[in-house]
Design a protein around this ligand. Structure first.
Ligand code: ADP
Length: 162
């Protein structure tokens, strides 16, 4: 079985992430969305358990997508779940340099793991979890950017924090 992972912080999962995941699920027999524990450079709004749950609900109708939380190196997680590929999404401009560096590093650490980048869907090119959180904090309408249950969770979280 050809397994791929789609790793990220997914804080929270957006329609942009889901576009990439849905398309990747058509390329591989199994796609595992891997959710990092706590990225060092970011303080996540949602706990890892919450992010996993939001992603699970968002992909419940796609039979070959699984969601798992992980900590430590992404390439170690890839090896543990026997993934042959790592999927990443590329938005216009902004993502390329970082993704290129990540791909080079991962190739050094794990030469057999192929990095597969899918272009972001056109309508979500400018959507990021951080912008989304900013918009939610300022009371913006986020309904077009995330599934309904994520919008509800985000509004609730932002209200608690304010
Ligand atoms: P990280 O924490 O590794 O930066 P994210 O959780 O922000 O990751 O995103 C995970 C992956 O999804 C990354 O490859 C990122 O480039 C991609 N991604 C983020 N937002 C979008 C979007 N709107 N459309 C397509 N891909 C996206």
């Amino acid at each position: 079985m050809t397994i791929a992972i789609y790793p990220g912080s997914f804080d929270p999962i957006t329609n942009g992430h889901l576009g990439v995941a849905t398309r990747a699920a058509k390329l591989f027999e199994k796609l595992i969305i891997g959710i990092y524990d706590a990225p060092e450079d970011k303080r996540p709004l949602f706990s890892q358990e919450e992010r996993v749950e939001l992603a699970r609900q968002a992909t419940v109708n796609i039979a070959n997508i699984e969601v798992q939380g992980f900590s430590g190196l992404t390439v170690t997680f890839a090896k543990a779940v026997k993934a042959k590929a790592m999927v990443r999404g590329l938005r216009m401009g902004a993502d390329f340099e970082r993704e290129f560096d990540l791909a080079m590093m991962s190739k050094k650490l794990s030469p057999d793991l192929e990095v597969v980048c899918l272009m972001a869907n056109q309508e979500y090119q400018f959507l990021s979890s951080s912008l989304l959180k900013e918009a939610a904090k300022l009371g913006g309408n986020i309904d077009g950017f995330v599934p309904k249950h994520v919008a509800v969770a985000l509004r609730k979280k932002v209200d608690i924090k304010m």
